[in-house]
Structure formats: structure tokens, C-alpha cells
Design a protein around this ligand. Structure first.
Ligand code: KIV
Length: 271
């Protein structure tokens, strides 16, 4: 849990300053009920493109649309006051050119009031990150297992396990840090490399499936609550079975309606 006591929202420089002082805690949120609950508990909330799979049941994150990113991010910003809010730029909204990336990132920032954007970025896209940062867009660069590259990778596979993969990924990380990303998100990265990148970098490295060596951790909230889909990655720890709680409550409701036990007098007007 964050040790911040002020009611002011954490900023990008606040997150950067936490490096080496305290672990950074992050979760995803796409909607008001979850965002409100996690806001006081975390340092940043990511409105991930995982929205496409978790909230809409689509096959991959490639199906997320820019207007959906804006709509979900605005909902999360509007109901929170403590955590820094970061919007995940959807597939196809930033890869074409630095100019396209600037146009879409600026739209997301101005339409939602979020604090920063996240881009899945390798060495090629690092020049886009530099272009954005130079123009006032704070960028978290996502490296390692990049779900928007699923068709190139041929599946969701941990990265940095071979010498060649580790060297390539190390270069991606260095290029994005050099480009001015305020933080790296390392997904599905082998522990020795995640440790090396975290130790080398002056910017905080947030891990998901990238070992405790990172400066902070993030999980998809639905995964830790037991509300995720059938595919449970090795890096997920389930902290609760909220699905079971929902099933019991809704079954009780359905039964009471069918038996004529709900609603009762106290739920009625004028009687
Ligand atoms: O979209 C998402 O939820 C992510 C995870 C890595 C947290 O990017």
C-alpha cells in the first residue's frame, strides 16, 4: 500500500522518485466500481488494453479501440483522486508515425485527464517515445512480452530466456530508457535480465511476471480476484475467489425472486 497521506493525486515525478525508496504498487481498472476500491491502495492505475479481453471478452488486446480507451480512462480518472492514472495506447494508434502517436496520445491525455500513456515499444519505436516525451507526453514503455506483438511472437511467451532474446530485449529496454520513458513495464521477462535492467535503470521498472527484482509490481485486478478468463498465466497469484461470492449472491437473489421472497415490505414504496 502507498505511504502517501495527502489526498492529492500522485504524479509521474512522484512515481519516478519512488525508485529505490519504496516498491511501487499498481493494478488495472476499466470501470468505476473497481477503480474506486483500488484507488487508495495503489500508486498507479493502468487502464490496460486488457480491457478488450477482460471487459469485452475479445480474443486479444489487438481489438481495443481508441474511443474505448478514452471512455474507460475518463471513467477511471473521474472516480479517483489518489492514484496516478495511466492509459494504455491501443494497437494501431501509435505505430504508424511519431505524428500519429502524438495526435492520439494528446487526444487521450486531453479528453481523459489521465497522467501518462503506456506504449508497447521496442528499439524501433523508441524514436516515437522520444518524440512524444520531447512534446510533453509522459510515456511508460512496455517491453518484454508485448501482447500487441502476439502474432509475431506466435503466442504469449516469456522473453529473455535465451542469450539472443535477452540481448535483444536488453537493447529494447536501454533504447526506451534513453528515449526518455519515465518508467519501464517489464512483462514476462526472465529474472536475471529483469534484475539487470532494474539495477541499471534510473527510472522505475514495474514487473508483471518479471520477478521481485523490479521496482514495483502490477497485476490485472480481475486475475487476482479470481474473475479472469480461462487462461491464467504463471505469474498470476489469485488472492480471492470473488467469482464464488458473486455466484452465491446471485443464486440467492434468483431463488428468492422465484419463491416470491424478494422484494419484501422494506423494499417497497407506499405500503
Ligand atoms: O493491458 C494490461 O492490462 C497490461 C498489463 C501488462 C498490466 O498491459
Amino acid at each position: 500500500m502507498s505511504t502517501q497521506t495527502s489526498s492529492q493525486r500522485l504524479t509521474v515525478p512522484d512515481l519516478a522518485a519512488m525508485k529505490g525508496r519504496q516498491k511501487i504498487v499498481a493494478l488495472t481498472a476499466y470501470s468505476t466500481p473497481i477503480a474506486r476500491l483500488i484507488d487508495p491502495l495503489v500508486d498507479f492505475i493502468l487502464v490496460g488494453d486488457s480491457t478488450a479481453m477482460v471487459a469485452y471478452g475479445r480474443r486479444s488486446t489487438l481489438a481495443m479501440r481508441l474511443e474505448e480507451t478514452i471512455s474507460h480512462t475518463r471513467a477511471v480518472v473521474d472516480c479517483t483522486q489518489h492514484a496516478c492514472v495511466i492509459a494504455d495506447m491501443p494497437f494501431g494508434s501509435y505505430q504508424e508515425s511519431p505524428e500519429q502517436a502524438l495526435r492520439n496520445c494528446a487526444q487521450v491525455l486531453s479528453a481523459t485527464g489521465c497522467d501518462a500513456v503506456k506504449l508497447e515499444s521496442n528499439r524501433t519505436l523508441a524514436s516515437t517515445v522520444a518524440f512524444l516525451v520531447d512534446r510533453g507526453i509522459p510515456v511508460m514503455a512496455h517491453v518484454g512480452l508485448m501482447p500487441q506483438f502476439v502474432n509475431i511472437m506466435g503466442g504469449y511467451k516469456a522473453q529473455g530466456l535465451t542469450e539472443h532474446s535477452a540481448a535483444t530485449l536488453h537493447e529494447d529496454a536501454r533504447a526506451n530508457l534513453g528515449a526518455g520513458a519515465f518508467s519501464l513495464l517489464l512483462e514476462g521477462v526472465a529474472e536475471p535480465l529483469a534484475r539487470r535492467i532494474s539495477e541499471e535503470s534510473r527510472q522505475p521498472c514495474i514487473g508483471i511476471g518479471a520477478s521481485p527484482a523490479c521496482d514495483g509490481q502490477i497485476l490485472v485486478t480481475e486475475d487476482l480476484l479470481g474473475l479472469g478468463g480461462p487462461r491464467k498465466p504463471r505469474f498470476v497469484k489469485q488472492y480471492a475467489d470473488v467469482a464464488a461470492v458473486i455466484r452465491v449472491a446471485c443464486a440467492r437473489y434468483a431463488n428468492e425472486v422465484r419463491q416470491g421472497e424478494f422484494p419484501e415490505r422494506e423494499h417497497c414504496y407506499g405500503c
